[in-house]
Write a protein that binds this ligand. Structure first.
Ligand code: DP6
Length: 326
């Protein structure tokens, strides 16, 4: 598809949660059970161009040049925007991911954040960041935070109107990097949507998770304020493991780790025993993300390349919030 005039293009970066969102109290509106906190990354992003046109008889949606016009998730999301803008035209959507899609590298976060920005503007709406964040949330929960750069928090709220993201610190003053170890770029078997629902409904530990997240969140925010890298790293690592404990305690149980994930986790622990300050986190896929300081990137990469290829290791700095690029 050639991009002619009239397209609005937005770029949004992925974010990785340090305090995870795992479970909704309202599935339709995507209202979470707990606040979450993330770091937006500069290396992974989605560029999305949108144009509404009365020449179309249905939405025409392409992701990385593949026709995905049948995606009900995206069509429903465009319906929300049409309703808000009181328009009825269908949209051309052309999106490019600089992220391995559905591999646990949060492509839905950058995807829906970029789509919310581009499509709302193309529909004639002028939304504030807070409004964009609420809109992005309707596509995918984690997208709520990708409207913002640096450290962002998703305030859980109770309704469509009070569940949105806020910037905690941007630009980030802490020396923090995230090394993504890409272990599998195949789409995951159990999506986060399905996985978190099963955890909410069947894990006997679910209520304890929600309670613990409140404690973890306060500690993480204090660590950010005090520029305390190690406390933030520790709390992020335990919060991730607590989330994965919910998948393993669900019925039927499932897990996102594979053998390589365990190997990376063990390398992080060995590095730490040898004085390298680094911590891991994992989402709904086998990839492991390592939080570290700039001075240790080389050492960590050297340890990982004993087992993994260079291309599997991507180093990110904190990234910026959503922006229009035309
Ligand atoms: C593990 O945002 O993908 O990455 O709201 O159902 O679209 P839906 O889920 P999604 O879940 C992300 C889960 C997570 C943790 C996080 O990003 O907070």
């Amino acid at each position: 598809m050639h991009l002619s005039n009239g397209f609005i293009t937005a770029r949004a970066h992925t974010n990785i949660a340090l305090i995870k969102y795992w479970g909704k109290k309202n599935d339709d509106l995507i209202i979470p059970n707990n606040n979450s906190l993330s770091l937006t990354l500069d290396e992974f992003y989605t560029d999305t161009s949108v144009k509404f046109s009365n020449e179309l008889s249905k939405d025409s949606i392409f992701l990385d040049d593949v026709d995905i016009s049948n995606s009900t998730k995206i069509v429903n999301f465009l319906d929300i925007i049409r309703e808000k803008a009181s328009i009825s035209e269908y949209a051309y959507v052309k999106s490019y991911n600089n992220v391995p899609t559905s591999a646990g590298l949060a492509s839905s976060a950058s995807g829906f954040a970029a789509l919310a920005a581009a499509a709302s503007k193309a529909a004639g709406l002028q939304l504030t960041s807070k409004e964009l964040s609420k809109l992005a949330r309707r596509g995918s929960g984690s997208a709520t935070r990708s409207i913002f750069g640096g450290f962002a928090e998703w305030i859980k709220g109770n309704t469509d109107n009070d569940s949105y993201g806020v910037e905690i610190e941007n630009p980030v003053t802490m020396d923090i990097n995230m090394i993504a170890v890409v272990l599998n770029d195949q789409p995951k078997k159990i999506s986060s949507r399905v996985g978190m629902k099963r955890s909410v409904e069947t894990s006997p530990y679910y209520n304890a998770w929600v309670k613990q997240c409140e404690v973890d969140l306060i500690k993480a925010k204090t660590a950010i304020k005090e520029n305390d890298f190690n406390t933030l790293g520790k709390i992020s690592e335990s919060n991730a493991m607590r989330m994965h404990a919910l998948t393993m305690s669900a019925e039927p149980a499932f897990m996102y780790f594979n053998n390589d994930s365990i190997q990376v986790i063990n390398s992080v622990k060995t590095l730490r025993e040898n004085g390298v300050e680094c911590y891991f986190t994992m989402d709904a896929g086998p990839n492991v993300k390592i939080i570290c300081k700039s001075k240790d990137i080389k050492k960590i990469k050297a340890a990982l390349t004993k087992t993994f290829n260079d291309e599997q290791i991507v180093v990110s700095k904190p990234g910026c919030g959503v922006q229009f690029i035309n």
